[in-house]
Design a protein around this ligand. Structure first.
Ligand code: AMP
Ligand code: MG
Length: 321
């Protein structure tokens, strides 16, 4: 159910009083605090059980608000690429990592000299950010390492009954934002695949004179981008054809659930986390999820599936538990 104006006003008042509020974005639900308030931001790490050196993304209502957060003088091109990508892709699932302005709290940046910025494409998110007075630091609203929430009910299940949640219905994109680092003089680097395809970024950058080659990924690791993440509790295995893989296991008496793309990558991304959650509660021995073609949204889907399966007993072929 969309939140009504009084619910938004109450949520904004809570944020101004340095409390946490969960809110919808087009990617996943975020757990927000005012990014200018270190004491409020610290509560995010406590609520999630998240290591404090993992930086948070600052969510803005308008692209013009970047000025308070970025130190343009330390961008290789003075911010021309930042402005072009913001104009092209915001609001949307793209986070841009830039040198931080003085005064951006260490709590937000994990102590680094850079900050991740994004204008989300959800009207409730932007209304809340504006009403709260700008700049909400918000990671996904789940316990650290667990599957990201794409509905208010998921947030409730992760973080408990006392948290204030703005309910905007199911998230449209379903996987986290794409993260692009703009700080390197050698050019932009992809730190995390996500809801905006790398191909779309390459095309936009090519229009500005960059060769249309794939974006480098290794220039600077995104802190917090761990090999094991987004994990269901049930053993998870990845396969090109989950049902073929499941057939002999089922014949041998194992309870196996499968997750398939149905040939629709946007739909697969949108329901991926909800289905992992639901299947996790179904009490099966093993989940087998379909790997997507490594293109567009498929790259983000596969990235999340691999992290979710990393270290899972499902990958070794055992029944797991
Ligand atoms: P999430 O956990 O989905 O909220 O996304 C936060 C992630 O964004 C972090 O774990 C980092 O991978 C990335 N991130 C945020 N800020 C920065 C930054 N300043 N430099 C590099 N990566 C960042
Ligand atoms: Mg997260």
């Amino acid at each position: 159910m969309p939140a009504d104006p009084s619910a938004l006003a109450a949520a904004a008042a809570a944020l101004r009083a340095r409390q946490l509020v969960a809110f919808p974005t087009e990617t996943v639900y975020g757990l927000g605090a005012r990014a200018s308030e270190p004491l409020a931001v610290r509560q995010i790490f406590a609520a999630k059980g998240r290591p404090v050196d993992h930086p948070l993304i600052v969510h803005l209502a308008e692209a013009s608000e970047v000025e308070a957060w970025v130190d343009r003088g330390r961008l290789p091109d003075g911010g021309a690429t930042l402005d072009a990508l913001a104009a092209h892709f915001w609001p949307g699932p793209l986070t841009l990592v830039v040198p931080r302005a003085s005064g951006v709290p260490d709590e937000v940046t994990g102590g680094m000299d850079t900050v991740g910025l994004r204008v989300p494409a959800h009207p409730l998110a932007r209304a809340l950010i504006a009403a709260a007075g700008g700049g909400l630091a918000a990671p996904s609203a789940n316990r650290f390492g667990r599957v990201s929430p794409t509905t208010a009910a998921h947030v409730r299940a992760e973080l408990g009954p006392d948290l204030l949640i703005v309910d905007g219905g199911p998230c449209e994109v379903g996987v986290e934002s794409t993260i692009l680092d703009l700080c390197d003089p050698a050019g932009p680097a992809l730190l995390r695949p996500g809801g905006l395809s790398a191909e779309a970024l390459v095309e936009a950058l090519a229009a500005r004179g960059r060769p249309p080659t794939p974006l480098p990924t290794g220039a600077r690791r995104a802190p917090g981008a761990l090999a094991a993440h987004y994990a269901p509790r049930t053993a998870l295995r990845l396969a090109a054809d989950p049902d073929a893989e499941a057939a002999p296991l089922r014949a041998a008496g194992q309870r196996v659930a499968t997750l398939r793309s149905g040939g629709d990558l946007a739909g697969y991304a949108q329901r991926l986390y909800a289905e992992l959650r639901a299947l996790d509660l179904a009490g099966v021995d093993l989940l087998i999820a379909e790997l997507a073609p490594e293109l567009g949204l498929g790259a983000a889907i596969n990235d999340r599936l691999r992290r979710a399966a990393f270290g899972s007993s499902g990958s070794s072929g055992s029944s797991g538990s």
